[in-house]
Design a protein around this ligand. Structure first.
Ligand code: CA
Ligand code: CA
Ligand code: CA
Length: 174
């Protein structure tokens, strides 16, 4: 992929992620994406050996996605209803519309409730939630693992974060 577009896509993900942590953001107003959480290095390198393996990285992503599911599940029923998902979806659309165009055109739309509720029974279980974002999680790891070694070094992680911040500092259209 073209490096600039590649960066744009990752920046879009990062923006949605970091926007969620602003002071005024309600938990339900975070990205509708199931796993676009900002990951701290301490979370991804769980054993603290200086490298985040694919297993460690994806475990951290799954933990983050699970936490997000629990926050959205307001009535703690174990499933998300369309109403529980709706505010998150609306917010994700709004955030996407504010991205620089180059990021926006490469960023997939937030998935509809019907897409995530794979068996179409009207409730999204945690299993459906995690399954719907599995490919995105894998893709994210592959992008951060710049040298394709199968694990992410602290340097790769920091460079990726710095790249996102640089990209987001630019104005749309420049
Ligand atoms: Ca490790
Ligand atoms: Ca619920
Ligand atoms: Ca379902």
């Amino acid at each position: 992929m073209n490096t600039r577009l590649h960066t744009a896509v990752m920046a879009a993900t990062f923006l949605v992620t970091t926007a969620a942590s602003t002071a005024n953001a309600e938990p339900a107003a975070e990205s509708a994406a199931t796993d676009r959480q900002q990951l701290a290095w301490s979370a991804v390198d769980a054993d603290g050996n200086g490298e985040a393996t694919r297993t460690e990285f994806q475990a951290a992503q799954v933990r983050a996605a699970t936490q997000r599911f629990r926050r959205l599940d307001k009535d703690a029923s174990g499933t998300l209803s369309p109403a529980e998902y709706a505010p998150a979806l609306a917010e994700a659309k709004e955030r996407r519309s504010r991205l620089p165009w180059i990021a926006r055109r490469r960023m997939p739309e937030a998935p509809s409730f019907e897409t995530i509720d794979a068996d179409r029974d009207g409730g999204t279980t945690l299993k459906e939630w995690l399954a719907s974002s599995e490919k995105r999680r894998a893709k994210m790891f592959e992008r951060i693992d710049d040298d394709d070694s199968g694990s992410v070094s602290r340097q790769e992680f920091d460079e990726w974060q710095a790249k996102m911040k640089r990209f987001l500092g630019r104005r749309s259209g420049q």
